[in-house]
Design a protein around this ligand. Structure first.
Ligand SMILES: C[S@@+](CC[C@H](N)C(=O)[O-])C[C@H]1O[C@@H](n2cnc3c(N)ncnc32)[C@H](O)[C@@H]1O
Length: 276
């Protein structure tokens, strides 16, 4: 699909692994003994980073031995956290080939390559068998996918009955134009932000029972305030951070998102459901 190419273009960097490794070295990390915590400032591309993933995993109630699908796995930070801290096996799928390659490389660097794997592909056409996963999750991905009906139908297909779906996306809270660029899209062409009510209706018609919903607005506002305070104290961003992924317009993207959040137009929101 043409707009999928625009999504790939938006996220592609060109020399991401090299730049991340250089930033790790500049932060004083031992490249031969990297930990999950070392990578977290750059490999969790969603509001609240690792802390958001920790709290989301608690709400999902995941446990050892589960086989999970990470939809739009990005650089794979969340998948490595679920594998390492909760004993799950994770298959990640992502549209952006460069992210898939870097996710693989980072998994090898922290010795988790036996428990996580990544494939390039579309969430709308999952290369997995019917009913093969115990659960699926998606962190800050739905904003790039117009056909959420098709997306949820595909996720429902690959889950076993009773399997869970966990979503942590930026959702629409109030009326008004979004100002671009934003971290997930440079223009409205590849941005499809929907309300929690729309997500709920689409999930239910795809065969999910929605069990939990939670706005993370206050958590997000607090996160951005802390980020700004830390940057001001340091006189700029640290060597390793999401600015590497967001490129030259990183500051503008973060500022636009924070402004929309404070004005009540958008908020990151969790939804957890079960395949019925
Ligand atoms: C903001 S990033 C979030 C990455 C990761 N979930 C995380 O939280 O670190 C959005 C990701 O969704 C991926 N993506 C967007 N549309 C997709 C689609 N149709 N199928 C698979 N991946 C997609 C992008 O390539 C990108 O890696």
């Amino acid at each position: 699909m043409e707009f999928e190419q625009s999504v790939v273009q938006h996220y592609s960097h060109g020399s991401l692994e090299r730049v991340i490794v250089a930033a790790l070295a500049a932060s004083g990390k031992d490249l031969d003994r990297l930990t999950l915590a070392d990578l977290a400032p750059v490999d969790e591309f969603h509001i609240g980073g690792r802390q958001a993933t920790i709290e989301f995993a608690e709400r999902l109630g995941v446990g050892p031995g589960l086989s999970l699908l990470d939809v739009g796995s990005g650089l794979g930070g969340a998948s490595r956290y679920f594998a390492s801290e909760h004993g799950c096996r994770i298959s990640g799928i992502d549209l952006t080939g460069e992210y898939v390659r870097v996710a693989d490389a980072l998994a090898r660097r922290v010795g988790l390559e036996e428990r996580v794997s990544y494939r390039q592909g579309s969430a709308l056409d999952l290369p997995f068998e019917t009913g093969m996963f115990d659960g699926a999750y998606m962190l800050h991905v739905g904003m790039n996918i117009r056909d959420k009906e098709g997306l949820f139908a595909e996720i429902r297909r690959v889950l076993r009955p009773g399997g869970f779906i966990g979503i942590y996306d930026v959702m629409r809270e109030g009326e008004g134009d979004l100002n671009f660029p934003l971290p997930w899209a440079s223009s409205a062409e590849t941005s499809f932000v929907e309300s929690v009510a729309a997500y709920r209706a689409l999930l239910e018609s795809a065969g999910f029972a929605v069990e939990k919903e939670r706005s993370r607005r206050e958590f997000a506002i607090d996160f951005f305030r802390r980020m700004r305070a830390q940057a001001a104290e340091r006189g700029g961003p640290p060597p390793l951070g999401l600015h590497i992924l967001m490129g030259a317009s990183a500051q503008q993207k973060a500022a636009n998102m924070s402004d929309l959040l404070e004005r009540g137009l958008i908020a990151p929101t969790e939804i957890i459901g079960r395949a019925v």
